[in-house]
Design a protein around this ligand. Sequence first.
Ligand code: UTP
Length: 297
Amino acid sequence: MKAKKVTKAIFPVAGLGTRFLPATKSIPKEIMTLVDRPLIQYAIDEARAAGIKEFIFVTSRGKSALEDYFDNAPELESALKKSGKDDLLEILKETNMDSGAIAYIRQNRPLGLGHAVWCARRLVGNEPFAVLLPDDVIAAEKPCLQQMVEAYAETGGNMVAAMEVAPERTSSYGVLDIGEDMGSIVKAKGMVEKPAKGTAPSNLAVIGRYILSPKVMTNLNRMKQGAGGEIQLTDAIAEEVADGNVFGYRFRGQRYDCGSKAGFLQATVAFGLSRPDLRDEFGAYLHDMIALQKAAQ
Ligand code: UTP
């Protein structure tokens, strides 16, 4: 099957981020920093690598720091230029977005991920689109969304990033009911959001990367509140299962749940250790810390 090119991506960033209070009282979760880049920068870089040209942010009150982050900073740039800090100017370039490439739309009440995605329906129109949740950060040789775009070129339909989780963790995720297992791609025969303990159809969990057909937007038009009183994206995707149009993609890479404190700390360690400028000092420090802890036990 020849699938239409995916050039638009939605970044739902309207959640309350309550797990990171009090920090998120005044800082959007997506601006929180992993080493030296805000979470949102990792998601944008991944989307760019996958060929995304239009970036749609679903925001809410108190997220203006996000809009400023992607704007030009003339005073800062001229100060850096004057002092000859070309390397920093180069780094700043990553944050600049071409005029018209980025759009912000408001979700005026946090009614859930499905509702946040639906808020972008007019900007998406009748085209396939990607959804990236910036608090899922994925370290991968080939960026996760790029892997998915390549797989999607073969399958079309709807594709969700999937990974095996421990059976006792399935109730925290959307979970796929596997119809046909083709290795990295699976065809789903069902999909359920946060199944009650012991009822999950598999341990293949959906994480925050999606490529969706405009049909899912149409389904969202009719959606009522589901699990947790929220409008669930999973339910709108699950409606497409009957037509054999939902695929899970077992991506290659390590996903960090930066929406949780433990996940954020793990990502900080992993990304810190992967940086050539930090590896030696940080690695030695961690090594000493662990030795000290062991000695104290
Ligand atoms: P989460 O489930 O992590 O919720 O949302 P949250 O509000 O961000 O954080 P906690 O649980 O209170 O700590 C997953 C993604 O969906 C977006 C969030 O911004 C996040 O990127 N989202 C969620 C919305 O945009 N709107 C919503 O109504 C809910």
